[in-house]
Design a protein around this ligand. Sequence first.
Ligand code: M6R
Length: 600
Amino acid sequence: MCGIVGVTGVGDALPYLLQGLQKLEYRGYDSAGVYLTDASGKNALIKEKGRVAKLAEKAKANGFAGTAGIAHTRWATHGNVTVENAHPQKSSDDRFFLVHNGVIENYQELTETYLQRVHLVSETDTEVAVQLVDKFSKEGMATADAFRKMISLLDGNSAYGFLLVDHEDPETLYVAKKKSPLLVGVSDHGNAVTSDAAAMIDLTKDFIELRDGDMAIVKPSSVTIYDAAGEQVNREPFTLEIDPEDTDKGAYPYYMLKEIDEQAVVARNIAGHYYDEDGNLQGIPCAVTDAIEEADRLYIVAAGTSYHAGLVGKRYFEQWAKIPTEVHIASEFAYDQPMLSEKPFFIFLSQSGETADSREVLDNVKKQGFPALTLANVMNSTLTREADFALPVLAGPEIAVASTKAYTAQVLVQAILAAALGNPGFDLKAELAKVAVEIQAITDEKETFKKIAEDALVGQHSAFYIGRGLDAAVALEAALKLKEISYIQTEGFAAGELKHGTISLIEDKTPVFALLTQSKTAGLLRGEVAQVAARGANTIVFASENLAKEGDAFVLPQVNELLMPLLAVIPAQLIAYYATLARGLDVDRPRNLAKSVTVQ
Ligand code: M6R
């Protein structure tokens, strides 16, 4: 979704802002803008539709670099993709400049009540916010008070991360946030504000996480924070533990391919973190296992790929830890809470830790007094901070919109947590070492999957992934990968359901990928493959070593059957990648999508 960066007192502001925007590009956007200023009040506002590279060209040509500035990547919600609607938005007299992430629910009412005489040039809710600051300032309020008053008028459901500059005090950044992440980056050569710490690591690795309702005043050499009650508060910075190189593509053409390839290393890192050298589990505090053991049912709540990872994790919690487990889509659970057991325990799964749908559920759950654990890739994120417990998923920065290594990492960490709560009945640590080796072996077969993708999918408008049991769960993730980046409409299906309706969609050459790794249902799945083949489908079977037959498209190395999802998903990731390349599309930046979905 939209991204925010701002700097003050950094010497030459433009390079930091442009690099920051480039690092935010992966989140998805359709226009971008930058406002630059310096202590003398000289300034420039530059906005563009489309890529940050285009904005960068225009900004560099302008020649003014500034010592402070704010910048934004916009993913349109209110108003079309136009230069007028891009941020920063400004007040009519060019005094205030504002960037905003989130949605102001009552912006139309605010316009009617307060801004009838103001000519609005954009269709955005954000312009309403900046014009309100201007109006209250003209009525005699100091800028901080005008900013605070504007925020106080926003509907309770509104989400915002605001960054404001007042042309009359150009090196001061006014910041506020609610339900939308914002961090203040601190250094002894200037300060920064950003919606994603990785965007500012060229300036600093030290960040203060703002909380909902906070307002901050950031100057070149000071940061003052006020909480929701208006009290000045002291918040300690944390140090971000990422290497700037982790967020670079290196020699890879796309982040997605790099991240697919990183999965073997991620698997080893996770095992290294959660097991000591003697094979004993570590890194899961007793408080976590004790709290889960008190529960009579687990509720896993997540969205998209993370939800799919939860469907696999359910099996581990039920089979190894013997705890009944339900998996729920966050956006559904948030507004239709199912009947809960007497002692529920919630597990939130999230790559970003910022998904608004999951945050809404966590809010509700906390209000009801239930305990919650977040498993997230981005620690220090809202979901990790607001849950009672948090464990790291340790996939490393995931930049491509299509999630790959975060999925395998989430499955792995759930397996380890379930093992800590019960008994898998085999040496999980040893089996995970094997999984890492076999992930590597599959990712080394890129040419095979490139050919399968090109042969089966070029020219096709629809496809299916089918499986039974755990393979049905992986089929959902496989289908999401293919459709979200290649735009080939793909359904993931529990194979036994085909005959209840979907089989009528099978036409001559319809690609049907079958995942066949579960021995209990292998015979039935073979039957379903035969049924769609008899109706003209192009069937492509990925079977595990123990179950493979001649004619299968790829034989997956054999590991414990319950861990096969970790291998079965890899061909699907690579097929999605190569099908998208073959269609000439941007793998990392599918249309209309954002990396972390911070609005509901
Ligand atoms: O950051 P989260 O894991 O909470 O994000 C949830 C979904 O938006 C995400 O998994 C999405 O489905 C993937 N990017 C798709 O590849």
